[in-house]
Design a protein around this ligand. Structure first.
Ligand SMILES: N[C@@H](CCC[C@H](N)C(=O)O)C(=O)O
Length: 273
C-alpha cells in the first residue's frame, strides 16, 4: 500500500502531512521520528496526520482531526502553525467544502478560516495565564509568565536581543512546575503592538516559528501590561504572524504553504520501528 505524504510549512515551522482518512496507519513514535529526521527521513518539525475524527473515536464537531506529533515522536495537544497548514491542505484537496470550518485537535475544536492567497486564521480559544516560573539559558535566569494555550508555554520578556541567545541546547526550567515539559519563548517588545520572538519547542528543539508560542507571547505581554485584550504582530525567524486577543481568547493569522507531495517507499516505512 503506497503511503501518500505532503510537505508544508507555516512561517517555516515545517510538517509532513499524512492523509489517513480512516486511521489505518500504524504511526509509531519511531516512524514519526524517522520521517522528521532531516538526514535519514523527509525532515520536519512535526507530523500532521489527516484523519477523520470518527476514525479515532474523537468527539468533535469537525469532520477532520489534526493528529499532531512532535519531531521526537511525542504527542502534543495543539499546534497553531500546523493547524493553518492542515486547513490549507483540506481546502486545496477539496476535502473541506468552504473557506470556514471546524477542526478537531487534542486541545478541542478550533474554527479556521482559509483566506484568498493562502493566509489562514485559527480561532485558538483561551490563552490562560497559569503562573510564573524561570527559564535558564547559559546559567542566566530569565523570569517568565506561564501560559496554557492547550499546550504549555513559558514566555520570558528579555532585555537582551533575542537573536543573541544561545538556544543550541534546551534551556533549563522547573520540572515540578512543568511535569509534561514546556515550550520556551523569549521575547523582545518592538513598540506598541509588535513583538520579536525565538522559541525552543518541547519535543523538537529551536524552530523558526511556533503558532501557539506566538499566542502565548502576546497573552503574556498583554498580561504584563495589565490587560487580556489587544493585537500584536509577532516576528519570528520564519516570518510574521498576527495575534488578536479579546478577553483572553486568541486568534492567530499567518501564512500556510504546501510545498510538495509524494509517496513513501513501503520498504522504508516497514523498516522503521
Ligand atoms: N509548532 C507548534 C507547537 C507544536 C507542539 C509543541 N512542540 C508542544 O510540544 O507543545 C505550533 O505552531 O503551535
Amino acid at each position: 500500500m503506497a503511503i501518500e505524504f505532503l510537505k508544508g510549512h507555516g512561517t517555516q515551522n515545517d510538517f509532513v502531512l499524512l492523509p489517513d482518512p480512516d486511521g489505518r496507519l500504524d504511526l509509531t513514535p519511531g516512524r514519526v521520528a524517522a520521517l522528521c529526521d532531516r538526514r535519514r527521513g523527509l525532515g520536519a518539525d512535526g507530523v500532521l496526520r489527516v484523519v477523520r475524527s470518527t476514525a479515532l473515536g474523537q468527539e468533535s464537531a469537525g469532520e477532520w482531526f489534526m493528529d499532531y506529533r512532535n519531531a521526537d515522536g511525542s504527542l502534543a495537544e495543539m499546534c497553531g502553525n500546523g493547524m493553518r497548514v492542515f486547513a490549507r491542505y483540506l481546502t486545496e484537496s477539496g476535502l473541506a467544502a468552504g473557506p470556514e470550518f471546524v477542526l478537531g485537535s487534542r486541545a478541542g475544536d478550533k474554527r479556521v478560516i482559509v483566506r484568498p492567497g493562502g493566509s489562514v486564521t485559527v480561532h485558538m480559544g483561551p490563552a490562560s495565564i497559569t503562573g510564573a516560573s524561570v527559564a535558564i539559558v547559559d546559567d542566566r535566569d530569565f523570569s517568565g509568565v506561564a501560559v496554557d494555550v492547550g499546550n504549555p508555554h513559558l514566555v520570558s520578556v528579555v532585555d537582551d536581543d533575542v537573536a543573541e541567545l544561545n538556544l543550541c541546547e534546551e534551556p533549563r526550567y522547573d520540572k515540578d512546575f512543568f511535569p509534561e515539559g514546556v515550550n520556551l519563548e523569549f521575547v523582545n517588545p518592538l513598540g506598541a503592538g509588535a513583538l520579536r520572538m525565538r522559541v525552543y519547542e518541547r519535543g523538537v528543539g529551536e524552530t523558526r516559528s511556533c503558532g501557539t508560542g506566538t499566542v502565548a507571547a502576546v497573552a503574556a505581554a498583554l498580561h504584563l501590561a495589565g490587560t487580556d485584550s489587544g493585537e500584536s504582530t509577532v516576528d519570528i525567524p520564519g516570518g510574521r504572524v498576527t495575534v488578536s486577543m479579546e478577553r483572553g481568547e486568541a486568534t492567530l493569522t499567518g501564512p500556510a504553504e504546501l510545498v510538495a507531495r509524494g509517496e513513501l517507499y513501503d520498504e522504508w516505512w516497514d523498516a522503521q520501528a
